[in-house]
Design a protein around this ligand. Structure first.
Ligand code: PMP
Length: 281
């Protein structure tokens, strides 16, 4: 069996041997945060932005950052260098640590740090050329979706709803307004402008928020953030989703209703091409 090298609390070990005590607060409370960074051609893509978000997530829940950015990079590099593939998704997780079960923060506790990587295949030609199906669902999550927390039950249930309905992603709405996918950000195109939901506590600010804005600027496509009502999503000229693993994809049907006649639209085409250029840059 493929048994990649991982990092856990100071040790590099095969994944099959990496073990966390059951009293780890990640296991008991979902008390931790994580990050996922793509690697193309052996190089981390947008690493600075991903690390900054990890540090923000840690600070937001009061877990001391155990390492400097250079130390993080060295640890991640050791794990990713051990993987023969030059396209990977590296995953890192920090939990508050192991302590007697009690909700409030323990007085003395050492964060649990875990890093693993997996070979990664970007979306295939079928997904890129034909687009993907989505379904909608009420956003059942908490009010700090801006923190990249490992407490992902709401996202898990949304993703399962999509899976059970033959869809790639569940598009979530909170009180009638678009928030995001179960594990992606969602965008609409209207009259030549790309719109996304405001960066607030209702969404995770994907690293592709900044990237998409840059790609739009490069393609001379107007870009704006605003509250997006459910009707506007169904009436959109195009709908896009972005994430580290899915890059940018065109949504061609939502709840069985076609978007842009069921085909990826022209702005998607431009932004997809610009995304591929950014990966090579
Ligand atoms: N929202 C959620 C809930 C996610 O899990 C992800 C994936 N990390 C995103 C948005 C997209 O973020 P990114 O562009 O950084 O992958």
């Amino acid at each position: 069996m493929h048994d990649p090298l991982v990092y856990l609390n100071g040790e590099f070990t095969p994944l099959s041997e990496a073990k966390v005590p059951v009293l780890d607060r990640g296991f008991i409370f979902g008390d931790g945060v994580y990050e996922v960074i793509p690697i193309y051609g052996g190089k981390m893509f947008r690493a600075k932005q991903h690390m900054a978000r990890l540090f923000r997530s840690l600070a937001a829940i009061g877990i001391p950052n155990p390492y400097s950015e250079d130390e993080w990079m060295a640890l991640i590099g050791k794990v990713t260098d051990a993987c023969p593939d030059d396209t990977q998704l590296v995953y890192m997780q920090v939990t508050r640590g192991v302590a007697k079960r009690a909700h409030a923060f323990p007085a003395e506790v050492k964060p649990t740090v875990f890093i693993m990587t997996n070979p990664y295949t970007p979306p295939d030609a079928e997904a890129v050329n034909n687009g993907v199906r989505c379904v909608t669902t009420e956003d059942l999550r908490w009010m700090r979706c801006d923190i990249k927390s490992v407490s992902l039950l709401g996202n898990v249930l949304a993703a399962q709803h999509a899976a059970e309905n033959g869809a790639l992603e569940a598009i979530q709405f909170r009180e009638g307004f678009l928030s995001e996918g179960a594990s992606s950000n969602v965008w609409i195109v209207r009259d030549g402008t790309v719109y996304g939901p405001p960066k607030d506590n209702r969404v995770l600010e994907g690293i592709r928020y900044g990237l998409l804005q840059e790609l739009c600027a490069a393609c001379r496509i107007p870009f704006a953030l605003k509250a997006i009502a459910r009707d506007e999503v169904f009436a959109a000229d195009e709908v896009l989703l972005t994430s580290a693993g899915r890059e940018v994809l065109a949504v061609v049907s939502i709840d069985g209703l076609p978007v842009n006649g069921g085909k990826p639209g022209p702005l998607f085409g431009k932004l997809y091409a610009a995304y591929q250029d950014a990966k090579r840059a």
